[in-house]
Design a protein around this ligand. Structure first.
Ligand SMILES: [Ca+2]
Ligand SMILES: [Ca+2]
Length: 145
């Protein structure tokens, strides 16, 4: 279950849309590229991206494990460059949840006005993961369903 709620800190003069993409795909020792569409990015956008992954071990990483949003590898304090799927929840400052990896990133600088889609690249090594869902919030030119 995914609960989507209003964030009062997000600028209210923006027409933001939220897209939820779900599915369940196993990845291990492979690179998976996908395209998420259904958006038309407005000028001066804000954008956030969240990804829910089941499994993903903190103890298994390596050069082959990463996630790239429009070609930009995402990383932060809770998500090392080479161990994206590490059972973290970065918005909760949680490390090693033993089975759930759910991280949110500000990707405003990785989208541009007029974009109609984004690309995601999941790269996995020995750490098996199950891709659960992706959420994209972006300032959109029009509402879409
Ligand atoms: Ca890992
Ligand atoms: Ca993570």
């Amino acid at each position: 279950m995914v609960v989507i709620y209003e964030d009062p800190t997000v600028a209210i003069n923006k027409m933001n849309t939220i897209k939820l993409y779900d599915g369940l795909k196993v990845s291990r020792n492979q690179t998976v590229n996908y395209t998420l569409s259904g958006i038309t990015v407005a000028s001066d956008p804000i954008a956030k991206f969240s990804m829910l992954v089941w499994e993903g071990d903190q103890s298994l990483g390596g050069a082959a494990e990463s996630f790239a949003f429009n070609g930009n590898t995402l990383s932060d304090t809770y998500n090392p460059l080479e161990n994206q799927f590490n059972s973290s929840i970065n918005t909760n400052q949680a490390l090693n949840t033993y089975g759930l990896d759910f991280d949110t990133f500000d990707v405003t600088s990785y989208v541009a006005a007029g974009d109609n889609s984004i690309t995601g690249t999941i790269t996995t090594g020995e750490d098996l993961i199950l891709q659960g869902a992706a959420l994209m919030m972006v300032t959109n030119t029009v509402f879409s369903d």
